[in-house]
Design a protein around this ligand. Structure first.
Ligand code: ZN
Ligand code: MN
Length: 446
């Protein structure tokens, strides 16, 4: 039996850092510009207290994950390790403020708050402390997933919940995952710092088959921490698993104990936005779509929004089919709809197609172009006149004697092949319905 559990780090979308008022923007700022004595641990500096905005976002997540939230005083601990990205030589990490949650059948063991370290560039030995002190929550699950598929589903649901709450600092980064995996007869192995859901899936597949091979060969699977090498597609040993003692945890005397006000919990519970599960139920009810389509739509927040916008202009059935096609194209590219620039082009495309101004092959081609080329603009296609279609139909009939005689012998399916030829020749500028009718007429004459 396979057991998979996760520790997931989410950088929270707040204006300022956890213990100082520096901006959290670390990606789109010059290195070491959003820093101060606190987040670079200068001698004599003291943390400014806990950023309230962090607590609000953290509690929102805990509520959405159906956790019990602790209201007793909680402490920040110092977790010691030594690396150039960590100016204090310890990371501040809170006691769990939320426990015993559940999402998609997976139990959430606990959630706690942490500060992110800076970014150390191994190649040239430089460090950027813009990220140091950015607030994180770490969500720890029980090892309740028993296959890579279940693990993937859980992460997709979690990502959707976080997107609906709008708590992720950089949606293009999303979250960082540490995956624990073990199989019957072997120790648990942790794979550190995987950046995408797709990466988690590949790393788990690799690791599970490695464990199976090891056991088949009569080898022992050691408890260890491994690194996922995205480029080579393998996991490699990082270190034998450290124990809690290695971190020399101690209470941070600079941060007074904090507690979460029950009134804040009730305020946030009352303000909770619609979550993916609720939206799925609503879409089924309101638009009469089936459950699996509804899940497809809601697990990508922007896709669900696009569906509802399109349902108004082109009808729910068309909108669902458009968004399902789009989901396939997005999956192929491994992206969320939010990563596509100028999304209004997709609404335009849907209107062009469902009002009959472009044909199906053009619609698919345009959808791909919109995803791949930010400057592409969908336009109504110049449609060929009946005379132009007729001329091409004649040429196709002449060039495909075999299909024509099949048709004449009563193999009506042969016409599909001939229409396909016309569509290809006209690059989709012939309306297939017109093309079939004209083709039939010409076949009668041929
Ligand atoms: Zn600072
Ligand atoms: Mn952590």
């Amino acid at each position: 039996m396979v057991r998979i559990g996760f520790e997931i780090h989410v950088q929270l979308k707040t204006d300022s850092k956890l213990f100082c008022s520096c901006s959290t923007r670390f990606l789109d700022a010059e290195p070491n510009t959003n820093v101060c004595p606190v987040c670079t641990a200068q001698p004599g500096s003291k943390p400014e207290g806990i950023n309230e905005e962090v607590l609000r976002k953290a509690v929102q997540v805990a509520l959405a994950l159906n956790c019990k939230i602790k209201t007793e005083p909680l402490r920040f601990l110092r977790k010691h390790y030594f690396y150039p990205d960590l100016p204090n030589n310890y990371q501040r990490t809170s006691e769990p403020f939320a426990v015993e949650g559940e999402l998609n059948g997976v139990r959430i063991r606990e959630i706690h708050i942490e500060e992110d370290p800076g970014r150390y560039e191994l190649r040239d030995g430089t460090v950027d402390y813009n990220r140091a002190g950015v607030p994180l929550i770490e969500i720890v699950t029980e090892p309740d997933m028993h296959s890579v598929e279940e693990a993937r589903e859980f992460l997709k649901h979690l990502r959707a919940v976080l997107d609906y709450l709008d708590v992720i600092l950089y949606p293009q980064i999303g979250f960082r995952v540490d995956a624990n995996v073990s199989i019957e007869g072997g120790e648990r192995v942790e794979i550190k710092n995987i950046n995408t859901i797709h990466g988690v899936v590949k790393a788990l597949r690799y690791e599970i088959s490695r464990h199976k091979r090891m056991l088949q060969m009569g080898k022992e699977i050691k408890r260890e921490t491994r690194h996922w090498d995205e480029v080579r597609g393998v996991t490699v040993t990082l270190r034998e698993k450290e124990t809690a003692e290695d971190y020399r945890y101690m209470v941070d005397p600079d941060i007074p104990p904090y507690h979460i006000d029950p009134a804040l919990i009730e305020e946030l519970r009352a303000k909770m936005p619609e979550l993916p599960f609720q939206k799925k139920e609503r879409l089924m009810e309101q638009y009469g779509i089936d459950e699996s389509t509804a899940w497809t739509l809601v697990l990508d927040k922007e896709l669900g929004n696009l569906f509802e916008a399109l349902a108004k202009s082109v009808g729910a059935k068309n909108a669902a089919s458009f968004c399902t096609n789009l989901r396939g194209e997005l999956n192929y590219r491994g992206i969320y709809l939010s990563e596509v620039p100028r999304r209004e082009r997709l609404e335009k495309l849907a209107k062009l197609y469902f009002s009959g101004q472009i044909t199906k092959p053009v619609y698919i081609e345009y959808m791909r172009k919109i995803l791949d080329d930010p400057s592409f603009e969908p336009q109504a296609q110049e449609q060929l006149s009946d005379d132009e279609i007729r001329e091409i139909a004649r040429q196709i009939i002449e060039g495909n004697a075999a299909a024509v005689s099949d048709y004449k012998r009563g193999e009506k399916k042969a016409i599909n092949y001939l229409v396909g030829q016309i569509v290809a020749r006209t690059k989709g500028r012939a309306d297939p319905k017109r093309a079939i009718q004209i083709l039939r007429e010409e076949l009668e004459r041929a």
